[in-house]
Design a protein around this ligand. Structure first.
Ligand code: DGT
Ligand code: CA
Ligand code: CA
Length: 573
């Protein structure tokens, strides 16, 4: 079973969480959090390094103990310490970490002070008003917890795309290696780049279906076989993800791929167009009476109903069929359209790399510019800049730009929007910057009206350029704050402000329909990574996936432009 760096990160994070729930020594907890971060920031595969017998202690931040733990995970797929911790922590208690408002430290306090072990215990304690009395909790947290409990129960079990991707890719490679297999493709919501997927729908073309099914059920990562037929099988992987596999002959490939890519709503609309033309469309092909008239490729299927090929990310029945009929399908943005990144942090606040390291990494990606957007002072947890530190950083950027070749660092800031809608630093310094990304970090609980007003008031400041992570949500962890997104975007349009699509795989904020809303309202979007390390610059591709779901084309996106052109778009006064 191939182990990815991401698996190792997850194990270390789990260890840190469980230790913290137990109330272990904070230094020990921090050691594992650091380990997770170090692994997460590595570009080389640790499994490869272990396989080559390389000395892991030569890697930055990796000592003897950590090297041993990494080797153990790579070799066994597991960590004894984690099993031990899992053995002594009630699973229901560990799950409480996923409730909005709670982290491992608060779960520890709830357990120790109130004897809370399950979601039911927690609900009872919160309803009785006991949670708000605890030190460090208060009424806001208690309300958040109650809301979080409801949300958690409703969320069910969907998986983030970033978690699923390495698993899906390993499985794809495993099946691709089966003799006689031609194509292997993961269809369903995965292919449509949805931010979360319910299960994987894998399509394989092969004449000997049994071989593919054998290879699936005997795959090391499979924990349970749910069903096995002649051409299909369903299994559950160790992480709980279900996989539905179909083997089809080559002549049905296009029809099956269209069918299993979905969405269901899109399929129904396409089938309906077929019916109007006297055609029957199913996963085996397009049929006129008994005769198969199309189905080998997806393009054939679409052509049968007089449509051009429609990109998977658009297949939601959100108007793509009408657009296809009228010849106005968008030419979706791709990663290669991106010329720079407009949201990145350095060591100066809560990032992990220096200005120069970030600049070189951006240049290595072929970028023309990188905006340095460290936090402002209100975000004290991240050691946000005051005017003095910002001025020093600007001077440092000027100095670096003097010697950097082929990349320019833009002077910027991630400005906190204060509760009253003013900005965290004075205009005198903001006017010296190339741009600002402005964001809400506190006071998430305002009413919809008040939150919307607050942000619009911030946009009134002529140095406000880009609204960063506009909804504040974290997938599966934090609900968006309540805000009227359409009003915000109209206000942005009037003032010459712009919207960010934050590409961090936990954020993907804007959501897809809001990307489309921005496009429809004519508000340009900045697709940025919010990088906290050089490795995070890779997040761009998640943002691109989300942007494509939101119909964005290169001209809709700010950072597809060269800097001089971009600069004009930022100019408000
Ligand atoms: P998910 O897994 O919840 O993230 O979403 P999908 O879209 O992957 O849905 P899933 O796995 O239930 O089904 C995969 C595809 O199969 C779906 O996108 C369209 C197709 N499909 C499933 N059930 C039906 C159906 O009843 N009618 C039609 N036309 N297509 C279906
Ligand atoms: Ca699926
Ligand atoms: Ca499925």
């Amino acid at each position: 079973m191939p182990i990815h760096n991401h698996d190792i990160t997850e194990i270390f994070e789990k260890v840190a969480d469980l230790l913290e729930i137990e109330g272990a020594n904070p230094f020990r907890v921090r050691a594992y959090r650091n380990a997770a971060r170090v692994v997460g920031g590595m570009s080389q595969s640790l499994a490869d390094l272990v396989a080559r017998g390389e000395d892991l202690t030569r890697l930055p931040g990796v000592g003897q103990d950590l090297a041993g733990k990494i080797t153990e995970i790579v070799k066994t797929g597991d960590l004894g310490l984690l099993k031990e911790l899992e053995g002594r922590t009630p699973p229901a208690l560990a799950r409480l970490m996923n409730v909005a408002g709670l982290g491992p430290k608060r779960v520890h306090i709830l357990h120790e002070k109130l004897g809370v072990t399950t979601a039911e215990d927690l609900k009872a304690a919160a309803q009785a008003g006991k949670v708000k009395e605890l030190k460090g909790f208060g009424p806001k947290i208690e309300a958040l917890v109650l809301e979080g409990l409801v949300q958690l129960a409703a969320a069910g079990k969907r998986f983030k795309l970033v978690t699923v991707e390495p698993v899906a890719e390993s499985l794809r490679q495993h099946l691709q290696a089966v003799p006689g297999v031609d194509q292997v493709i993961v269809a369903g919501s995965y292919r449509r780049c949805k931010e979360t997927v319910g299960d994987l729908d894998v399509l394989v073309t092969c004449e000997a279906a049994f071989r593919v099914l054998d290879a699936l059920v005997s795959y090391e990562d499979v924990s349970k076989v749910l069903a096995r037929g002649d051409t299909k099988s369903s299994v559950v992987l160790r992480n709980g993800l279900q996989v539905d596999l179909r083997v089809v002959p080559q002549e049905s490939y296009g029809a099956a791929l269209t069918y299993f890519t979905g969405s269901k709503a899109h399929n129904i609309a396409i089938r309906h167009l077929g019916v109007q033309r006297g055609l029957k469309i199913n996963e085996y092909g397009v049929f006129k009476g008994e005769a198969r008239v199309a189905g080998r490729t997806e393009a054939e299927v679409y052509a049968a109903v007089d449509l051009p090929y429609i990109e998977p990310e658009l297949r939601e029945d959100w108007g793509e069929i009408e657009a296809a009929q009228q010849g106005r399908l968008p030419r979706l943005i791709t990663l290669t359209d991106i010329r720079g990144d407009l949201h990145a942090h350095t060591k100066a606040t809560d990032g992990r790399n220096t200005l120069e390291e970030m600049a070189q990494a951006a240049k290595g990606r072929g970028y023309e510019y990188l905006a340095i957007t460290n936090h402002s002072k209100r975000v004290s947890m991240a050691h946000g800049h005051d005017a003095k530190n910002l001025a020093a950083e600007m001077a440092e950027i000027d100095r670096l730009n003097g010697k950097l070749q082929g990349i320019v660092l833009l002077k910027a800031i991630e400005m906190d929007i204060l509760e009253d809608g003013t900005l965290d630093l004075p205009d005198e310094i903001l006017k010296e910057l190339d741009l600002t990304v402005c964001a809400v970090h506190y006071n998430f609980n305002l009413s919809r009206e008040a939150q919307t007003e607050r942000i619009i008031r911030a946009m009134d400041n002529p140095y406000f350029n880009i609204l960063a992570h506009p909804s504040g949500r974290l997938i599966h962890r934090r609900e968006p704050y309540d805000v009227d997104m359409e009003r915000l975007m109209r206000a942005a349009k009037e003032r010459g402000c712009l919207m960010e699509l934050d590409s961090q795989p936990d954020r993907l904020d804007l959501i897809d329909i809001h990307c489309k809303l921005a496009k429809d309202l004519g508000v340009k979007v900045s697709i940025s990574t919010d990088a906290h390390s050089t490795a995070d610059l890779n997040y761009m591709r998640w943002g691109i996936g989300q942007a494509r779901r939101g119909w964005l084309e290169a001209p809709d996106v700010l950072n597809t432009r060269p800097w001089p052109e971009l600069k004009k778009l930022l100019k408000r006064i």
